[in-house]
Design a binder for this molecule. Structure first.
Ligand SMILES: C[S@@+](CC[C@H](N)C(=O)[O-])C[C@H]1O[C@@H](n2cnc3c(N)ncnc32)[C@H](O)[C@@H]1O
Length: 272
């Protein structure tokens, strides 16, 4: 089997939005090479890898996400290590990073916290943009924090502190200039969960129609934000109305940003 013929074979087997690209990624991962290699050496014999590649394809066919097979996922301007202990970062979440860029200058010394950091995606992207900011990243999962810290060692500046804990419990009033989070927001009855069964449930599901964690974070943020500070929350594409409705007393400048697909995805508010 050579590279060109294996790619054809795998492309036909993979069911995804980008079977050719996924086949290339699997092969590059096993070869330990970068993209250009595939074109340059497309007649190279790869029979030695055939058994491992067949395992990879079988995993994909059970619906196991390619990011977990590869062990990494691209986010913002980095590739982050991911394991089944963390949610696979989504491009939609970059909407939140862009919203932060529009609120704070690059040389901002603001205090920022990323609640439920998972792989560290949000906190690490913020650290790379806001080199002088004082960033905290928290999660209730110690296993997730281990991955986030590994990613931070590789990609972040030295301005992130990691803490294990539940949302804003234990933080002093008026502590932060910005609180950001992509919390669990899927209702336990939502059929979308069937497609997400390999990712940690604790990263996905929230009580109260998916709004319980969002409500808790909004309440606690009203206390822990400085006056004039910002709260930015990612949420489900049908939750914009509900989340704006929760940002009543004590909040101003409530607005929602849309993701790449045009769905309402990140709602922000300013504390007054
Ligand atoms: C949707 S994932 C987001 C992960 C990452 N921020 C991202 O955007 O890719 C939600 C994260 O919140 C964490 N989490 C769930 N309940 C929590 C709680 N009560 N306090 C802190 N973190 C929590 C989960 O462990 C998970 O890492």
């Amino acid at each position: 089997v050579d590279i060109a013929s294996w790619l054809k074979y795998a492309e036909a087997k993979i069911v995804s939005h980008s079977p050719r690209r996924d086949a290339e990624l699997l092969l590059l991962h096993r070869l330990g090479k970068s993209c250009a290699y595939l074109k340059a050496f497309d007649r190279e014999d790869i029979s030695r890898l055939a058994a491992d590649l067949e395992c990879d394809l079988a995993q994909l066919q059970t619906g196991y996400p390619i990011a977990y097979v590869l062990g990494y996922k691209a986010f913002w301007d980095m590739t982050l290590k991911v394991t089944p202990a963390v949610l696979i970062p989504r491009p939609d979440t970059e909407t939140l990073i862009e919203a932060m860029q529009s609120l704070f200058p690059r040389d901002s010394q603001a205090t920022m916290v990323d609640l439920g950091t998972g792989s560290g995606a949000i906190a690490i992207a913020l650290s790379r943009i806001f080199a002088k900011a004082d960033i905290t990243a928290t999660d209730s999962s110690g296993a997730a924090l281990d991955i986030a810290q590994e990613n931070a060692k590789r990609w972040a500046l030295a301005n992130i502190t990691f803490k294990c804990g539940h949302w804003l419990n234990g933080y002093a009033p008026h502590r932060f200039d910005a609180i950001v989070s992509n919390p669990p927001y899927i209702d336990s009855d939502d059929h979308h969960l069937l497609l997400l069964q390999h990712e940690p449930l604790s990263a996905l599901v929230a009580a109260d129609g998916g709004l319980a964690d969002i409500k808790k974070i909004i309440q606690q943020s009203q206390v822990c934000l400085k006056t004039g500070g910002y709260l930015l929350l990612e949420h489900g594409y049908q939750q914009g109305d509900a989340v704006r409705g929760l940002l009543g007393d004590g909040w101003t400048k409530v607005s929602t940003h849309r993701d790449l697909a045009g769905h309402e995805r990140v709602t922000m508010a300013k504390k007054y």
